[in-house]
Design a protein around this ligand. Structure first.
Ligand code: PLP
Length: 400
């Protein structure tokens, strides 16, 4: 009898984490590796939030809290959702967990019966399909080509829906493509969803504040208010507030689902850190003047990476409207040969080549169910990005 459950047979370790670990191992051996594989801001957590965390410790906020999170945090989230998204939830419809990631998993685990289908527009975040499998469901990925802006079309959605469909997962701005759905695009998807009342919508809004240029953030529960009762809206403080390690995310949705999520959380993690919860109140309700600064810095870096990649031999990319990723097409390097005589047959080969030859860690598109692409996170200093782009361009130029 195997020690490890058969449930894990089809689950892969995250491609992002695998590449980051390989880069860390090379760094430990003394190699000068630039890591552009990690999805986290390089900024420090803003000081007002740090101070709120320290104050929480001093005030003895170090005990178990309510499973759904402390009331002042849920009130801050309720007010944020009303103020910024026009969504009116009661405090019982809101729950706080250990990052948006745990909320996504708990929502799936709380709702899926074996064989239930979950529609995932691809390219998609590495974790979605495996989370669905872990929760006993069947991921149904729908290919959303670059020509469609990597976005799900109403026709693609209509075709993917069956009587077993439980969820449509939406993530805008998207990891890995940076694609942002406009309100009109969400409304067009809502027209399809209205015809299929058994389908629920999970909206992962974690990159909400990282939208650039003329693009505007929109979310399904407000773009289609009649679908409010069929939608769970998930968000958190990791990306906007440079708080990845604090582990605070939240979900707001139908009360029976939130209650079920609280049952799971009550029997597993109990709640996220009490200290992090108090810091998150400051992140959500306190001074956020740093957000436009973060956004402006990210936009500058995005423009740099896009320009540099479009002039590298064999690479091309469109301009992503949000998040902090560039998803570059690497069709042009496939079939080419490296100096030691190895043929680049896949985007994984290319990512490995960039790590070995250029000392730059990126993630192959295959990890996000779309090939041949590489994902670059531009949440790194301008200096590192310039060096990385120089090295990638030189490595591409060496291929024959
Ligand atoms: N959702 C998406 C699409 C992400 O890319 C990530 C992190 O990479 C998360 C959720 C996880 O966020 P958190 O740190 O709040 O768990």
């Amino acid at each position: 009898m195997s020690l490890v459950s058969s449930r894990l047979k089809s689950i892969r370790p995250s491609a992002t984490k695998a590449m980051t670990a390989r880069a860390a191992a090379l760094k430990a051996q003394g190699h000068q590796v630039i890591t552009l594989s990690q999805g986290e801001p390089d900024f420090d957590t803003p000081l007002n939030i740090v101070e709120a965390g320290i104050q929480a410790i001093r005030d003895g906020r170090t005990r178990y809290t309510a499973v759904a999170g402390v009331a002042p945090l849920r009130e801050a989230i309720r007010d944020k959702l009303a103020r910024e998204n026009g969504l009116n939830y009661s405090i019982d419809q809101i729950t706080v967990g250990c990052g948006a990631k745990q909320l996504v998993f708990n929502a799936l685990f709380a709702s899926l019966e074996p064989g239930d289908e979950v529609i995932i527009p691809a390219p998609c975040w590495v974790s979605y399909p495996d989370m669905v499998r872990l929760a006993g469901g069947e991921p149904v990925t729908v290919n959303c080509p670059e020509a469609d802006g990597f976005k799900l079309s109403p026709e693609g959605l209509e075709k993917a829906i069956t009587s077993r469909t439980k969820w449509l997962m939406l993530n805008s701005p998207s990891n890995p493509t940076g694609a942002v759905y406009s309100e009109a695009e969400l409304a067009a998807l809502a027209d399809v969803l209205r015809r299929h009342p058994h389908v629920y919508i999970l909206s992962d809004d974690i990159y909400e504040k990282l939208v650039y240029g003329a693009a505007r953030f929109a979310t399904m529960a407000s773009a289609a208010p009649d679908l409010f009762d069929r939608t769970i809206t998930i968000n958190g403080v990791s990306k906007t507030n440079a708080m990845t390690g604090w582990r605070v995310g939240y979900g707001a949705g139908p009360i029976e689902l939130i209650k079920a999520i609280n049952v799971i959380q009550g029997q597993t993690t109990s709640h996220t850190s009490s200290i992090s919860q108090y810091a998150a109140i400051e992140a959500i309700a306190g001074d956020q003047s740093y957000v436009p600064e973060f956004r402006a810095e990210f936009e500058k870096r995005r423009n740099l990476v896009v320009e540099r990649f479009n002039s590298a031999p064999g690479l091309s990319c469109t301009v992503p409207d949000g998040a902090f990723y560039v998803f570059a097409n690497c069709t042009g390097v496939l079939g080419q040969t490296t100096e030691p005589g190895r043929v680049i047959a896949t985007d994984t080969d290319f990512a490995m080549y960039l790590l070995d030859e250029a000392g730059v860690a990126v993630v192959p598109g295959s990890g996000f169910l779309a090939s041949p692409y590489i994902r670059i996170s531009y949440a790194s200093s301008i200096e590192d990005l310039i060096t990385a782009c120089d090295r990638i361009t030189a490595a591409c130029a060496k291929l024959t």
